[in-house]
Design a protein around this ligand. Sequence first.
Ligand code: ADP
Length: 396
Amino acid sequence: MSNWVLVVNCGSSSVKFALVDPESGNESFHGIAERLGQGSQAGEITYQYGDEKERHSLPDGKHEQALADIVEKLHSLGWLEQVVAVGHRVVHGGEYFSDSVRIDENVRDKIADCIRLAPLHNPAHVIGIDAAKAAFPDLPQVAVFDTAFHQYMPEHAYLYALPYEMYREHGIRRYGFHGTSFRYVAVRTQTLLDNANAKLVIAHLGNGGSVAAVDGEHSLDTTMGLTPLEGLVHGTRSGDIDPAIPYLLTEQFAMDAKAVNDMLWKESGLLGLSELSNDCRTLEQAMDEGNEAAKRALDVYIYRLAKHIAGQMVALGGTDALVFTGGIGENSSYVRAEVVKLLAFMGFALDSAKNEATNRGAEANIASAQSRPVWVVPTNEELMIARDTVRLMEQG
Ligand code: ADP
C-alpha cells in the first residue's frame, strides 16, 4: 500500500497534476487538463502512466470536471485508495503564509483575498481548491505557496521606495516567487555540501527566472517582486525596466494600460529582444548558425543575470555556493559558462568539461579546482509539495 500525494497546479485554463510518492519522488501518474474555463468550449485531458498516454475530451471544459475525471481515472486504475492527500501549488500567499498550510475555510478565504495581488493566478487556485474538495471530500488538502519561502526577507529588501502608505494600506511590496523550487534546491545543495547553514545564491532559470539569496533555511532577498515580472530577463517578460516607460508608452504611442501590460508580460524578454523565440535552446541554436538577434537577446539575458547574482550576494555578505536550476540552469552549459565568466572577479570559474557534461537532470559541482563551488542542482517542486503535504498531515 502506497501513500501517494496528488499534486495539483491549477491555472486559469489548465490543471497540471501528478501522483507523487513523497519518499522516493516517483511520479507514477501525471497529466494535464487544458482549454478549461473557456465558456461553452470543450476541454481536453491527457494522462500518462507507465508507457500509456491517453487523451479525451472534457465536454463541459470546467475545472470541476477535470478533477472529477482524475478521480474516475484513478479509481479505474485501482489507485484511488492509495492517494492520501491533495497538495496544491498556490502562487501568492501574500503576507498571510510563511509556510505551507492545511486548507480550511479560513485559508481558502485568505488565498481568495490574495487575488488582488495575483489576479492571473489565485482565482484559478481557488477554483481548483473547491473542485478538489468536491472530488476528494475525505482527503486533507494542503496549499504550498511560491511566496512563502521569501516571507523572512527583511524590510529593507521587500519595501519599494513608494509612499509607505502603498505598503501599509495595500500590501504593495516585494514578495518573490519560485519559493518552492528554491526551498527544494537549497535543502538538496546543503545536503550535498554537508552544511545545513550554507549561504547559497540560487538562480532558478526557466521560462520565468529569479535569483534568491538563501541563508540556511531562509531567503533574505530575491529578484522577483510584487509580481513575477521584476528582475531578470524572462522568456516573454521584460524583467526590470525604467518604471517611467509604461507611462511614456501610453502618452507617446497611445497604447492603453492593457496593451502596455501585455507587451511587458508577453512580448518582451528573450522573445522581444530576439524577435525570434522565447526559448533559450532555440536561441542558442540560432546564435550558433550566425543569427545576431539571438546573440543580442542572450547577451542581455546573461549580463542581467550576472548582475543580479552579484547583487544577491550583498544580502548574504558572500556565499558558500552559486547554484543553477530550472530548464536553462540545468541544461544550458552556454548560459552557465558566460555568466560565470562575468563573475570571475568574485572568485568563480568553471571546469568546462564538467560544465558541458552536466545536463538532463544531472547534479554536479561544475566549478574548477580553484573556484568557489558552482553547483547544478535539478529542481523538483512536485516532490517538495508532496513532502510538505505529508508533513502537515502528520502534524494533524
Ligand atoms: P518553466 O518555467 O515553464 O517550468 P523550464 O524550467 O522547463 O520552464 O525551462 C524552460 C527553458 O529551459 C526554455 O527556455 C528552454 O529552452 C530551456 N532549456 C531546456 N533545455 C535546454 C537546453 N538543452 N539548452 C538550453 N536551454 C534549454
